[in-house]
Ligand binder design. Sequence first.
Ligand code: F6R
Length: 612
Amino acid sequence: MCGIIGYSGREQAAPILLDGLERMEYRGYDSAGVAIRSETKGLQVKKSKGRLKVLSDMIHGGADLEGTLGIGHTRWATHGEPSDVNAHPHVSESGNIALVHNGIIENYMEIKEHLIKLGVKFTSDTDSEVVAQLLEFHYRECHNMLEAVGRVLRRIEGSYAFGIICSDYPDALIAARKDSPLILGYGKGCNFIASDVTAVIKYTREVAYMDDGEIAMVTPEGIDVFDSELVPVEKAHRTVDWDVSAAEKGGYPHFMLKEIMEQPDAIRRTVSPRIREGRVVLDDVKLTPEYVKNISRIFVIACGSSYHVGMVSKYNWEKLLRRPVEVVLASEFRYCDPLVDEHSLVVVISQSGETLDTMAAMREAKRRGGRTLAIVNVVGSSIAREADDVLYTWAGPEIAVATTKAYSTQLVLMDLVGLYLGDLLGTVSAEGYAAIVEGIQRLPEQMSASLKDTEDIKYFASRYFNHDSIFFIGRNLDYAMGMEGSLKLKEISYIHSEAYASGELKHGTISLIEPGTLVVALGSYMPLFDKAMSNVVEVKARGAEVMALTAASRREKMAKTADSVIAVPDTLAMLQPSLGVVPLQLFAYYVALQRGCDIDKPRNLAKSVTVE
Ligand code: F6R
């Protein structure tokens, strides 16, 4: 959801804020704005509906705004349509306080009504403006911004990361957070706040993660952090271990393509440190063998693509562990009175580590006594910090809204964890264990080989991009993988698409298959290959055009029935989705390219979903 940034230093703030916003534009892109404070002009606010470019052009790359203190925002609308007035920063009635906000204030209506009764006039429909006005109300009472912010935080409910400047404070910005990410960046003669490290990595790699309830005062000289009672807090600094090039396109036309191509390396980073002398070593988890032996049930909780990783893992883990694995959408979990107890292992999967539904579900699981293990990409994110155990995927920064390398690294990390638990439970044979370890270690090289030649996929994309409805069908792991292939396609190309368990098609949905309907038939799960073939015949008989995906060893057989075939290298059945998903990502990418879509920033979406 929205991206916020703040700068206090000695350089001109506006160009630095625009640069940071550009790196965070994947978080929201329906409007953008900045507020700058200068000695001569006081607070100046510029904001506009549309992409950041509109704002940047309007203020000539920041050259129009003089001042060394400022805040900026790129928005994904929740309260109030995308428009100039609803864009952030929001300014208090006197024009003395400007505020950017990421999150949702749940009790904003009640506060707004109260302020209206006191005569305050509002200009926007947003919950965020209410906070700016409330802040001014308290500031007038106490004449101290820190104190006023503290009072506001005690009054509001919901989630927030705030960046605030006030014309009475020439070089200080104030930040606060609860349930929305916010990092502090420590530069030389300048300091930052931002929703994401990518926004400040060009200027500093030294960061700290704000915790819920904390308030920070940021000046060029330093950052003072306080708890909700305004008692000073010491923050541990961390050094980010990747550099600015990891968050740039590096010659690729889109981040998505770059991230697809980075998958072999990303998987290597996830796997290599965790396999030693043929054994899976998870140094970071503190699950004791006694605890593992007593696990009666496993939940996997996630949203979107991370949920699809859970679907693949369900098939694999139930085989490896002989324990029931329930995969639940995080947004449903909280409300289904889940049967979690102290013998439940609750695995939470999230690239961003900030998805609100996933975090809320994790808290609910903990509240019910479950033990939580998070699989997360973003270091220091909220989910990573709150889980009982965390394993990082080490995929590096993922900028494209549609996930690719995070999905792949989550998948392979889940395989490692499954193997680790299966070993502790004694449910995996020695030969099976060795074969899976070997298969996992070969994945990067096999993936690299299939990424070398993408010509077939480009051709299929040019052949099929005009279809307006596409079905992905498969059984077992192919079905789970099809869910991801279908989501990739619909989110970036806007083609309606559905993933169906092949066997279920004839129970209703087959009525939608008519001459020319494109069916992507997934037949890479070798134990059910013959059944996959029968389903291809079934849809062909209704006139469908079939693009099939299978393992290289079955290419010829599949080509006898399907209209076109994509083949991926053969591996163990349980690992096949790791290889199979890559052409599906590429197919979605090239279809979207043919259709002229905005691939890295699809409409209505944002990378990190911090609202319910
Ligand atoms: C799709 C996609 C989303 C995310 C989902 C969960 O390409 O990226 O479906 O997977 O929003 O996000 P995380 O994993 O950050 O919790």
